[in-house]
Ligand binder design. Structure first.
Ligand code: FAD
Length: 329
C-alpha cells in the first residue's frame, strides 16, 4: 500500500499543513498494518525543500522543479500529477484544502475518474473499504463517512490546523524526478503573471492567544465592531461564523470551521454562536472555551468550559466596561 501527500507550497516553502497531513498519513499507515508514505512536490526552486518531507516520514518524494512551475496553473500541475499517479499508483492521496489544493486535488481526481472527499475533519481506515473520510453533513448535524471503495487513489483534502504535526523521520529517502512535459505551462491559453497579496486587517487568528468569535446572534454590524474592539483591547483577534460573513459584518478570512480556519487559542470567547459541527471542528482544540448564548440548549455549550446563558446585548457592554482600553497589552 502507498499513501501520498501532495506538498502545499507558498513562496517556495512547504507549508505546515503538508507536515500535518504526513503525520496523519503515518497513523493511517499504521492502521493499515504498514504502508509506504510518499509525497509529491511541484514548484520552482523547491528541490531543497524535499528533505523536510523526510523529517515527517516521506520515504520517496516525486519532484517536479522548473521555472515554468513557479505559479500554480491547472494546465501544468494537473497533467504532471495525473501522469505520476498513473505510473506509481498510490492507494490514498491527500491534499491540503488550501486555495491551490482545493482546485488541484479535485481536477486530478476527475481526470483519474476517482472520488475526492473535500474539507474533511478526520481521516480513518475502514477495515473493508480503505480510506474513510469524515465530513460534516446535513448542515453539520451529522458527521458523514465518505468512502470510495471502487476506484483508486482514494483522495481527500483537509484544512490547515486540523491535524497536529508530529516529526518522525523516514528510515530511507529518495527523490524521483518527474518528467516535465515541454508544454507544461501552455502559454497560449493561461499565463500566471504573479501573485497579488491581500493584507488582512487585524491580528492573524493563528497567532492570537485570545479569540473573540461572533456568530449570527451578534445581530448587527455595530455589535460586531464592539467585538473587534474587545478583541483588540485584550490583545487578541476577532473571528466569526459563516452567517456573520454572509451578513457582511466581517471578512471571510476571519471565519473559523471546515471552510474557514482551524484555531487553537488559549481562550475562545463566543458570542451568539450556536455550535454547528462545521464551526466547532475549527475551534474545539482551544484551551478554554467560554460561550454566551441565550439558548441554554445551544450545542456550543457541549464544548464549552464556561457557559453564560444570557442575551449578549446585556453581557457585551458589561465586558466593554470591564476591559478598558488601558488594559491593552
Ligand atoms: C459545507 C458547509 C460548510 C460550512 N462551513 C462553515 C465554517 O467553516 N464555519 C462556520 O462557522 N460555519 C460553516 N457552515 C455553516 C454552519 O453549518 C452553521 O450554519 C453556522 O456555523 C452557524 O453559525 P452561527 O452559530 O453563527 O448561527 P446560528 O446557527 O444561527 O446560531 C446563532 C446563535 O445565536 C444565539 N443568539 C441569537 N441571538 C442572541 C442574543 N441576543 N444573545 C445571545 N445569543 C443569541 C442563538 O440562540 C443561536 O444559538 C458551513 C455549512 C456548510 C453546509
Amino acid at each position: 500500500m502507498k499513501i501520498w501527500v501532495h506538498s502545499d507550497v507558498s513562496d517556495g516553502r512547504i507549508t505546515d499543513v503538508t507536515f500535518e497531513l504526513l503525520s496523519k498519513a503515518r497513523d493511517l499507515a499504521d492502521d493499515l498494518g504498514g504502508a509506504d508514505m510518499e509525497a509529491t512536490l511541484i514548484g520552482s526552486g523547491v528541490a531543497s525543500e524535499a528533505g523536510r518531507l523526510a523529517e515527517y516520514g516521506a520515504g520517496t518524494v516525486y519532484l517536479a522543479d522548473a521555472p515554468s512551475l513557479a505559479l500554480y496553473s491547472p494546465l501544468s500541475h494537473v497533467p504532471l500529477l495525473v501522469g505520476a499517479v498513473e505510473l506509481w499508483r498510490p492507494d490514498i492521496y491527500l491534499f491540503a484544502a488550501t486555495s491551490i489544493g482545493s482546485a488541484l486535488g479535485p481536477a486530478v481526481a476527475a481526470r483519474l475518474r476517482t472520488g475526492m472527499a473535500a474539507h474533511c475533519v478526520d481521516l480513518r481506515i475502514n477495515d473493508r473499504k480503505g480510506l474513510s473520510a469524515l465530513v460534516p453533513s446535513f448542515g453539520g448535524r451529522v458527521i458523514g463517512e465518505i468512502l470510495c471503495p471502487n476506484s483508486t487513489p482514494q483522495m481527500a483534502s483537509v484544512k490547515p490546523g486540523i491535524f497536529v504535526k508530529k516529526p518522525q523521520a523516514s528510515s530511507e529517502f529518495r527523490i524521483v524526478k518527474l518528467d516535465i512535459p515541454e508544454d507544461a505551462s501552455d502559454e497560449r491559453r493561461l499565463v500566471p503573471i504573479g501573485i497579488e497579496r491581500r493584507h488582512p486587517k487585524g491580528r492573524p487568528l493563528s497567532e492570537a492567544d485570545v479569540v473573540i468569535c461572533g456568530g449570527f446572534g451578534v445581530g448587527n454590524k455595530e455589535n460586531w465592531l464592539l467585538l473587534e474592539e474587545l478583541a483588540e483591547r485584550l490583545g487578541g483577534a476577532a473571528a466569526c461564523t459563516r452567517p456573520a460573513v454572509d451578513e457582511g459584518w466581517c471578512e471571510e478570512n476571519r471565519m473559523v470551521g471546515t471552510s474557514g480556519q482551524s484555531i487553537r487559542p488559549k481562550v475562545y470567547l463566543g458570542f451568539g454562536v450556536s455550535g454547528a459541527t462545521h464551526h466547532v471542528c475549527g475551534m474545539n482544540e482551544a484551551c478554554v472555551v467560554i460561550s454566551i448564548n441565550r439558548d441554554e440548549g445551544a450545542p456550543i455549550f457541549e464544548v464549552s468550559d464556561f457557559r453564560v446563558v444570557a442575551d449578549l446585548n446585556r453581557i457585551l457592554p458589561l465586558l466593554m466596561d470591564a476591559v478598558r482600553p488601558s488594559v491593552r497589552r
